[in-house]
Design a protein around this ligand. Structure first.
Ligand code: GLY
Length: 368
């Protein structure tokens, strides 16, 4: 078991605990944070798989527990589900000294975290992430949000958890596509700032993409270390935190063009493709050696993740560009992209020329 502290100037420090069998001992860790009552927010699939074990552990530690399950899928990041969850918290009679527990993937963490941020003007919450993507990314750092018809994550709050429990054992029940999807965010961390970690992911660590628990454990630990250092420095994404969006501006545009609900491409698959595109665009602009982009592409592809637009679908260059410019990371109409000078050397590029991105997208197979 490894404990990674997360601390920053503007929020209370908390621990991310990574290890095996953590669900069974979760009650002992969560009980001291409560006054003896909690509501677990989960989705119906995860609630069936892991809800009883977590509830048993909490009850054994003397914590009265209820489970509120939302439908699985991105559709639950809605005003309607947020209202329903808040109503259930009111019905349960939680007060400001109680805690909410988010048991699930990114959707549940984002929704439960936002509900906790709003409930009684903010109560504590604990993240128990059950997907690889949530363990290495969304459960750490306090971003919470719901979607609106105008886009993803447009209504939310920064609300840091009190504790994160990342149990590697729960990853064993994940479908292969979800492991690969989380793996994309792991690769992203190496590409951003840790070339030796990327070397490990390209070598012995590659077993993690196929579900090897020992490789997964180290991949989660190192990813959380990287993310916690970035978040500690820049909680509100005024600067360095934007690096964590490597692959996301291209990726979000591709996801939006495909339609999230069709789930044609998992979020991590879009991020993987986005990372490959960001590195190749960096090469095109003379910023990055071609060999680094080729190696990144080979490692991403070896994990079973897409690296080419044609693997995701058919896109118009103008359609993708408009979606990229509409991304909430765009400032004053200028395109902001995370680019790289090499593996492990990402940087924030502001004022990127939209015409050159359009030409690049056409070279990559988008329709003119
Ligand atoms: N997923 C990017 C961030 O948390 O900032």
């Amino acid at each position: 078991m490894t404990i990674i502290p997360v601390s920053g100037q503007a929020f209370a420090p908390y621990d991310v605990v990574v290890g095996r069998g953590l669900l069974a001992s979760a009650g002992e860790r969560i009980a001291p944070l409560t006054r003896g009552r909690t509501v677990i927010i989960s989705d119906r699939t995860v609630a069936d798989l892991h809800g009883p074990a977590l509830a048993r552990s909490l009850e054994a530690a003397g914590v009265q527990t209820q489970i509120v399950a939302v439908p699985p899928g991105e559709g639950s990041k809605s005003f309607a589900e947020l209202e329903r969850v808040l109503d259930r918290l009111l019905e349960a009679g939680l007060d400001r000294k109680d805690v909410v527990v988010a048991l699930g993937g990114g959707v549940v963490g984002d929704l439960a975290g936002l509900a906790a941020a709003l409930y009684m003007r903010g109560i504590d919450f604990v993240q128990v992430p059950t997907t690889l993507l949530a363990q290495v990314d969304s459960s750490v750092g306090g971003k919470t949000a719901i979607d609106t018809p105008r886009g993803k994550n447009l209504v939310g709050a920064f609300h840091q958890p009190r504790l994160v429990l990342a149990d590697i054992d729960v990853l064993a029940t994940l479908p292969a596509q979800q492991v690969r999807s989380g793996w994309a965010e792991v690769l992203k961390h190496g590409l951003i700032c840790d070339a030796p970690f990327f070397d490990w992911l390209a070598g012995p660590g590659a077993a993690g993409a196929k579900g090897d628990p020992a490789a997964l454990e180290w991949a989660v630990i190192r990813s959380v270390e990287i993310k916690s250092a970035v978040v500690g420095e820049d909680e509100k994404e005024a600067g360095r935190r934007a690096l964590l969006n490597l692959g996301h501006t291209f990726g979000h545009a591709i996801e939006t063009a495909l339609g999230f609900e069709e789930a044609a491409l998992a979020h991590g698959e879009a991020v993987a493709l986005g990372c490959a595109l960001a590195l190749r665009y960096s090469v095109r602009e003379g910023l990055c050696p071609a060999a680094d982009a080729e190696r990144a592409e080979a490692v991403i592809a070896a994990a079973g993740l897409p690296t080419r637009l044609s693997q995701a679908g058919t896109f118009g260059a103008d359609q993708l560009l408009a979606l990229m410019a509409g991304d909430k990371k765009a400032e004053g109409g200028a395109l902001t992209l995370i680019l790289a000078r090499g593996i492990g050397q990402a940087f924030v590029a502001k004022g990127v020329d939209a015409a050159s991105v359009r030409s690049f997208l056409i070279e990559e197979g988008a329709k003119a």
